[in-house]
Design a protein around this ligand. Structure first.
Ligand SMILES: NC(=O)c1ccc[n+]([C@@H]2O[C@H](COP(=O)([O-])OP(=O)(O)OC[C@H]3O[C@@H](n4cnc5c(N)ncnc54)[C@H](O)[C@@H]3O)[C@@H](O)[C@H]2O)c1
Length: 349
């Protein structure tokens, strides 16, 4: 703490700029450092944004995440580097006493997920996983409606991560790496949303994968249908494709005994069909529209929650166990698509 504020650092300056903005706008924080390994001269996009955010003058600028680890003033760091570095960086930061807000996917590897969980337990640091669907207005409302029984008893739930990656390779093309399976790298958004909305543990997964759209990428599958069996009777489905030809969407549908909810992270309305609406003889197919705010990348809410946890003892609703369970649910589906067999999902982290 300095000047009564938590000192924050952001590691990785692509999506990391959303974190920069969020720390800047949250009174509990002072943005003390940013870190990105690009040597000078910086690429145009980075140089311009450093100027736009006035970072060159107002924060320390590091090139190696270990400089953040060794900076005694830093209290909280956002890990927004490419996925392969999350575990190494998050663990080193917590070992040095820092709290961590880690971008999704938490890791690409179950062993690393367990190692992060062990580090959180041992160091007692706050670790939050940045799954944005948990702060998306339509999805928050859908979860609330399910929990209070607006659609009766939930029995089927589906979500999708439909995102054409032809032009989304990442800085230096890191998303094309064979280690970055799309169901973990991007599909984790839909898997995590399903887990959070259904509010139950997943027991087992069965999945199919195919690859047509991104035939030249070194990944095994660019598209998946993954089925999930929840412990208490809900069945779930995640469609994940990064090789399709359509605009980005995370359309999600929840089926209950008395109604159905359709929602999307980028739509200004969600739809509800519920008794008595659909039972009405006048219009048996009616859905009612519910207007919702569109805010699909609400990093401000995540940063605010981080401060509330650290300073005011709020509950961490996106803790390391949540992050690890989502990694495990994705990993089980990926394994199933490769083996052709159902795979049990690990939940004990
Ligand atoms: N929450 C979301 O909706 C969301 C959206 C986009 C990306 N992400 C996640 O954010 C992370 C970064 O993705 P991106 O879109 O910003 O990628 P990007 O390629 O646009 O930017 C990544 C930045 O990280 C830097 N970098 C590379 N190696 C690094 C290292 N070892 N340490 C620190 N920085 C390093 C690069 O120089 C680059 O500036 C990924 O984990 C991605 O999955 C999350």
């Amino acid at each position: 703490m300095k000047n009564g504020k938590l000192q924050a650092a952001v590691i990785g300056l692509g999506e990391g700029f959303r974190h920069v903005k969020a720390y800047r706008e949250t009174p509990d924080f002072e943005l003390a450092a940013v870190c990105d390994p690009h040597p000078d001269p910086l690429p145009e996009r980075l140089a311009r944004r450093l100027v736009d955010y006035d970072l060159a003058h107002t924060t320390r600028r590091y090139h190696d995440y270990r400089e953040v680890v060794n900076d005694p003033e830093i209290d909280v760091a956002s890990v927004v580097s490419p996925d392969y570095f999350h575990a190494e960086q998050a663990i080193a930061l917590m070992e040095a006493g820092k709290h961590v807000l880690c971008e999704k996917p938490m890791t690409l590897d179950l062993g690393e997920a367990a190692a992060i969980a062990e580090t959180v337990r041992r160091t007692g640091r706050t670790f939050m996983i940045a799954h944005p669907t948990r702060y998306t207005p339509a999805f928050i409302l859908a979860k609330k409606m399910i929990a209070r029984g607006d659609i009766g008893e939930l029995f089927m739930a589906e979500s999708e991560y439909a995102h054409n990656y032809r032009h989304v390779g990442g800085d230096g093309g890191w998303r094309k790496d064979a280690r970055r399976d799309p169901l973990l790298g991007g599909g984790c958004h839909a898997v995590d949303f399903l887990r959070w909305a259904v509010d139950d543990l997943i027991d087992e997964s069965f999945a199919y994968g195919t690859k047509k759209g991104l035939a030249d990428w070194p990944i095994d599958f660019d598209s998946y249908f993954a089925l999930y069996k929840f412990k208490h009777g809900v069945i779930g489905k995640v469609m994940c494709s990064i090789g399709l030809s359509r605009p980005y969407t995370m359309r999600s549908v929840f089926y209950g005994t008395k109604g159905t909810i359709i929602c999307d992270n980028l739509s200004g309305k969600m739809q509800l069909s519920s008794v008595p609406f659909y039972d009405s003889p006048a219009d048996s197919t009616a859905f009612i529209d519910i207007p919702v705010e569109v805010n699909s990348h609400n990093v401000e809410a995540q940063v605010k929650l981080m401060a509330d946890i650290i300073l005011r003892g709020a509950k961490n609703t996106a803790d390391v166990v949540e992050g690890a369970r989502t990694v495990a649910a994705c990993a089980a589906a990926i394994e199933s698509a490769h083996t052709g067999k159902p795979v049990k999902v690990r939940n004990d982290f």
